[in-house]
Design a protein. Sequence first.
Length: 271
Amino acid sequence: MTEPLYAELLQLAHEAARRAGALLRDGRPADLAVAATKSSPIDVVTEMDIAAEKLITDLVSEHRPDDGFLGEEGAVSEGTSGIRWVIDPLDGTVNYLYGLPTWSVSIAAEQDGERVVGVVAVPMRGETFHAVRGGGAWATGAWEGERRLACRPAPPLDQALVSTGFNYVHDVRVHQADVAQRLIPLLRDIRRGGSAAVDLCDVAAGRLDGYYERGLNPWDLAAGDLIAREAGALTGGRPGEGPTGDLAVAATPGVFEPLQRLLEEFGAWHD
């Protein structure tokens, strides 16, 4: 990949994430969380999700009509350029429904199956994270200018702050709760943020020592995984594997291996 193409993909991902984030932030009804158990607010979230994905795919297609897509809300096309965009237009849907700030727009670009650009916008935190393969991880926010990201120095495992997520299938949740219960006495503490993309970026930014989750889809982790790795974190799944739907793990070096080993011992990847 040439440098101009890196720059083009990154600029386009930034603009698409910015516009989609603004659409979701400004278009969210103030009373969305009222009667959250009814179908109507869920339908509104789904409509916003679909609208955000369409905004992203339309913008990308306008500039790069030969690229392919893989999106959470159904955007799937092969393309002919060798570039595919992996999109989660609203990661952290339940947080968005309830008015919690931890939701994001996640956009990654792959070349021939390898992630090369990732952008995660977190509108309610006023932060945007990005990475280009081999170019480090960076963020903008309340501070001035761009800040280069670096994961935390590795603490002992019993001082590690680790985040996770839980599936919405009952039996899977029960098993995940059992794994978390066994992990908690061995760590500083566990957090549950509600957005895989944000958790991965928080590992990159040194706000978490590690993160793991079962049941992720490619669009959940495509951008965040690249950002975490470019910030110096290690990422993977089961020992010897990359992150998959069975298990995704990201952590600062020194925490990654013992955390991964415990997750394997506790069977975090199956019921």
